[in-house]
Design a protein around this ligand. Structure first.
Ligand code: SF4
Ligand code: SF4
Length: 294
């Protein structure tokens, strides 16, 4: 089943606005928000939650006050400064604790518990554009790559159960662990970039990542008209790497207008900017080998 992941080397390029528009345009699909550290697709899609699950990953140390003798060994051994003492009572800061288990091992009283860490929640929801799988990591929680992998598995299961033919994923910005996880098993990466030196620099990193994983990719240049020279450089870069340009989109206030109203831009302005997005969508479907056009 084709799985398209929409990426941007950096935040703020318009990735989620375009994902929401593609979610509006695509038929017979499952949507998936893989930006688990800072999800925002739900702000436009307004999902109605059908199923929620807890996400546990790694462990955290917690001192059992009934057993602690206050010897201070855990504080001396902790390399992360996670153990503190207040009025003679030892405690562990969960934000600082890296779950290395040293204190558990060295506590002479066996007073340090080491439960699984509750890091976030995943959800399966219904939206006006169809089923959606999404999640939220709690502040300071790690292992977003593992949560992304879980969401991708849920999306595939849901698509199979509902007989869907396509999965559209909103990826995380950057090229870190959650992005690498989101590319695993995908069929096409679509990078949304903007014509600035930092946009081009970060696009290059996404290109390197996709090349490393031998994943086909295409590029959308958003707000191309704010800097024609930089747009030309982006297009030169794509030509040199053999990467297909899927479209150029101009800067347009309709994107902000849609955002303010919580709509996809193709709903907000179907005949204007939305028409341009439809052309880009058709290019994306063509490159993904999906027989859909609008
Ligand atoms: S090492 Fe164990 S007994 Fe000593 S202060 Fe830490 S938790 Fe308490
Ligand atoms: S598990 Fe490691 S990081 Fe956490 S409090 Fe114990 S020694 Fe410190």
């Amino acid at each position: 089943m084709p799985e398209i992941v929409i990426l941007s080397g950096k935040g703020g390029t318009g990735k989620t606005s375009l994902t929401a528009a593609f979610a509006h345009l695509a038929k017979n699909k499952v949507l998936c928000d893989l930006d688990v550290d800072a999800p925002d697709l739900h702000l436009i899609l307004k999902p109605e939650n059908l199923e929620t699950g807890e996400f546990f990953s790694g462990n955290e140390a917690i001192i059992n006050q009934n057993l602690c003798t206050g010897c201070g060994i855990c504080r001396d051994m902790c390399r992360y400064g996670a153990v503190s003492v207040t009025n003679g009572v030892f405690g562990i800061n969960p934000i600082k604790c890296e779950g290395c288990k040293v204190c558990v091992h060295f506590c002479p009283a066996g007073a340090v518990d080491f439960p699984q860490r509750h890091c976030g929640q995943w959800r399966v929801s219904e939206t006006r554009f169809g089923a959606m799988v999404h999640a939220q990591l709690f502040p300071g929680s790690e292992n977003s790559g593992k949560l992304v992998t879980l969401l991708k598995r849920k999306s595939k299961e849901l698509a199979k159960a509902k007989g869907r033919e396509l999965i559209i994923c909103d990826g995380a910005p950057g090229i870190g662990c959650p992005v690498i996880s989101s590319l695993s098993g995908a069929n096409l990466a679509v990078a949304v970039t903007e014509p600035t030196p930092s946009g081009r620099h970060d696009l290059l990193r996404v290109m390197d990542l996709c090349r490393h994983f031998r994943l086909p990719m295409g590029v959308i240049v958003n707000k191309w008209d704010i800097n024609g020279e930089e747009t030309a450089l982006v297009e030169d870069l794509c030509a040199a790497r053999g990467v297909r340009i899927l479209g150029r989109l101009p800067h347009d206030p309709a994107v902000t207008g849609a955002m303010v109203q919580g709509l996809a831009v193709t709903e907000f302005d179907p005949a204007g900017f939305g028409r341009l997005v439809k052309d880009v969508f058709n290019e994306v479907m063509d490159l993904a080998g999906v027989k859909q056009s609008v």
